[in-house]
Design a protein around this ligand. Structure first.
Ligand SMILES: N=CN[C@@H](CCC(=O)O)C(=O)O
Ligand SMILES: [Mn+2]
Length: 311
């Protein structure tokens, strides 16, 4: 079920005389069924059905509003030509995850076709099946690469339906033009058959050891190598790639994770490739947060908007 953007959430700090300093002063709201706005659109996916099906900790259903609230006071460092629009949420009705994923994919396709940059906000990582499907349906004859910042491959089987740990497997199963670069893979939390799956599909990955230990230059060379072979790229940031110390508000809190400075320069460089059509941030779970994780998620939304606008 879709619901349009709600202007009442976009309020925050208001310094005397200030009219255009912070995001809540410029973010508009819209109904995607009436018009697809230009610029950047924020679309939430209110779901933790996939997390529950994957036996994770529930709570991500309220993730989109938590991220929005952390975005309201972000500083404006772009000009009047940059439009930011909150286009609301796709909400899972009951257990109807697959229907909601199809709906989110359709809206994503519509936005990309309009040349609108979609920033999708989860919600469990099942958001990325919908995100990937939306991109792949838009470009059926092009090589589409998804870069996933995540300790998990998310290549699990899904005999009882889609879930938060199956989305990449589903995209491989359904699309021959899907290509995948996971970054931050922790061997300890991925079963051996997933490494074998990646080998058979001829896909590479960057481990957590490499993410934390290799030079930025070497990491960027590996990422560039992947992007060079793709026609279009989309990015998903699973907040559980971060250390639990900086991102407690997720289902699978990470004892061996990255810090923001490991990932920020990589995402900035990926955005500079000019091939990125959309971005999602997944697994925001306010239930376990004290505000830290939502602010971290918002800081990446900030980077996406600013690096796309001032590369
Ligand atoms: N999106 C999450 N996927 C992980 C969850 C791991 C966990 O709950 O501990 C996975 O299935 O591996
Ligand atoms: Mn994960």
């Amino acid at each position: 079920m879709y619901r349009p953007g709600n202007q009442s959430i976009w309020k925050g700090r208001q310094d005397p005389g200030s009219t255009r300093d912070v995001w809540h002063q410029v973010v508009q709201t819209a109904d995607l069924n009436a018009q697809i706005p230009d610029g950047f659109c924020f679309l939430g996916f209110c779901s933790d059905v996939g997390v529950k099906r994957n036996l994770g900790r529930a709570g991500a259903v309220d993730g989109p509003d938590a991220i929005r609230k952390a975005m309201v006071n972000l500083a404006i460092h772009f000009d009047e030509n940059t439009k930011l629009t909150d286009v609301g949420d796709v909400v899972v009705s009951g257990d109807q995850l697959e229907n909601a994923q199809k709906e989110l994919a359709r809206y994503t396709t519509s936005m990309i076709k309009n040349d609108t940059f979609s920033i999708l906000m989860g919600g469990g990582h099942e958001i990325s099946y919908a995100h990937g499907k939306g991109v792949l349906d838009t470009f059926p004859n092009e090589k589409v690469g998804m870069i996933n910042f995540d300790p998990h491959f998310d290549l699990r089987a899904y005999p009882q339906g889609a879930h938060s740990g199956s989305w990449a497997r589903q995209l491989f199963d359904e699309y021959e033009n899907f290509h995948y670069l996971p970054i931050g893979i922790n061997e300890a939390v991925n079963i051996a058959s997933m490494f074998e799956f990646m080998r058979k599909k001829n896909q590479s990955f960057i481990s957590m050891e490499e993410l934390l230990g290799e030079s930025e230059e070497d990491l960027l060379a590996r990422i560039d190598y992947f992007i060079d072979q793709m026609d279009k790229v989309c990015v998903t940031l699973d907040l559980d790639v971060f250390s639990a110390g900086v991102a407690p508000g997720v289902s699978a809190a990470n004892p061996y994770g990255a810090l923001p400075h490991h990932i920020k320069p990589l995402i900035k460089k990926i955005l500079q490739s000019g091939k990125v059509v959309s971005f999602d941030v997944a697994e925001m779970s306010p239930e376990y947060d004290d505000g830290r994780t939502a602010k971290l998620a918002a800081s990446f939304v900030y980077d996406v908007v600013n690096r796309k606008t001032n590369p």
